[in-house]
Design a protein around this ligand. Structure first.
Ligand code: 13P
Ligand code: SF4
Length: 325
């Protein structure tokens, strides 16, 4: 995609989403970002956990990790700003090497990506010779480079089953791995990583919502612990959860995931009441409008992946993108 020609101004896009007084205060910053995008021939890719000012105001392309990887591969602007966390920016660079990829804050990490190193994967491969390694995209490029295939929360089962084997090593999210094990006959060798945001939800708090709100629907991200997922009416990726709400139009729903999801989806689903037992992702929340402006103005922080690692990681990501979902 080429850099966008904005027909509706960013401030207009936020009308009815943020209070008018807040939009007026943000207008100069929104316009500055819009001008910089044009000047740099840049697009902003945004994950579903971005705050509404970013998600609805300045994002050109948005989605879950799977959608972002596909959109990143097809983007033909010169500059891609990742409004998301570092592994997403690295994936963007891996699938679209010739572009300048920027991340507004290099400290926007992920507890899952920190849970495993490339050396850990090499040791696992020695311990389980011949067993394919399926790696969640929430990992570093170096870990992807040691893997046979990547997956996201939106395609895990299809990826695991695409290999035609009876056992896989699944890295690094133990909860996503355990959830996949309930959906397939393939045996899953787990790693002990977890998401610092989703592991904090409890089954008890969800039972409390059911007790107080008759008929409420509970939908959860598969990074949650098994007892939490057992309470859910639907389990899916962030994009899967959004689709579910738009299709089913529940009267009341709880989205068991990061806080900004409900804020963003509520804008497009006015008939649904969202109860919000959210947990914030401190990494996602490092990305701000000011950071996006600085990133475009000063061309920082450029994401660089060692070409040899990128080439091997690309094979694992591309194999994933080739699996039909
Ligand atoms: P999705 O791919 O479902 O958007 O998840 C990414 C993520 O980091 C969830 O915590
Ligand atoms: Fe990582 Fe969890 Fe934050 Fe997603 S919500 S980026 S998995 S720490």
């Amino acid at each position: 995609m080429n850099a966008p020609v904005t027909i509706v101004s960013p401030a207009e896009r936020l009308r009815g989403i943020l209070p008018d007084i807040e939009i007026a205060a943000l207008r100069p910053l929104l316009e500055e970002i819009d001008e910089l995008k044009r000047a740099r021939n840049a697009v902003v890719l945004a994950h579903n956990y971005m705050t509404p000012d970013i998600f609805h105001g300045v994002a050109d392309l948005k989605g879950d990790s799977l959608a972002l990887a596909r959109l990143a591969a097809d983007a033909d602007a010169d500059v891609i700003v990742m409004a998301g966390v570092h592994f997403m920016a690295e994936t963007t660079k891996i699938v679209n090497e010739s572009k300048t990829v920027l991340i507004p804050d290099t400290a926007a990490g992920c507890s899952l990506a920190e849970a495993i190193t490339a050396a850990d994967v090499r040791l696992l491969k020695e311990r389980y010779p011949g067993v394919p390694v399926v790696t969640y995209v929430n990992t570093s490029a170096a870990v992807k480079a040691e893997s046979d295939i990547c997956c996201t929360s939106g395609n895990t089962v299809q990826v695991v089953e695409s290999l035609g084997v009876d056992r896989v090593i699944f890295l690094p999210d133990q909860y996503l791995g355990r959830w996949v094990a309930t959906q397939t006959a393939v045996k899953i060798v787990l790693w002990e990583g977890s998401c610092m945001v989703h592991e904090r939800f409890t089954a008890e708090e969800l039972r409390g919502y059911r007790a107080l709100h008759a008929g409420i629907q509970i939908i959860a991200h598969p990074e949650c612990p098994p007892d939490v997922l057992a309470e859910a009416d639907f389990v899916g990726s962030t994009a899967g959860m959004i689709r579910w709400v738009k299709d089913k139009r529940p009267r009341q729903v709880v989205m068991v995931t990061e806080c900004s999801m409900s804020d963003n989806v509520a804008v497009e689903s006015p008939e649904t009441e969202f109860l919000r037992p959210c947990n914030l992702c401190p990494h996602m929340k490092r990305i701000t409008l000011e950071g996006i402006r600085d990133s475009l103005r000063d061309m920082k922080h450029e994401v660089v992946v060692d070409p040899e690692i990128a080439a091997r990681a690309r094979m694992a990501v591309q194999r994933m993108l080739d699996v039909p979902v």
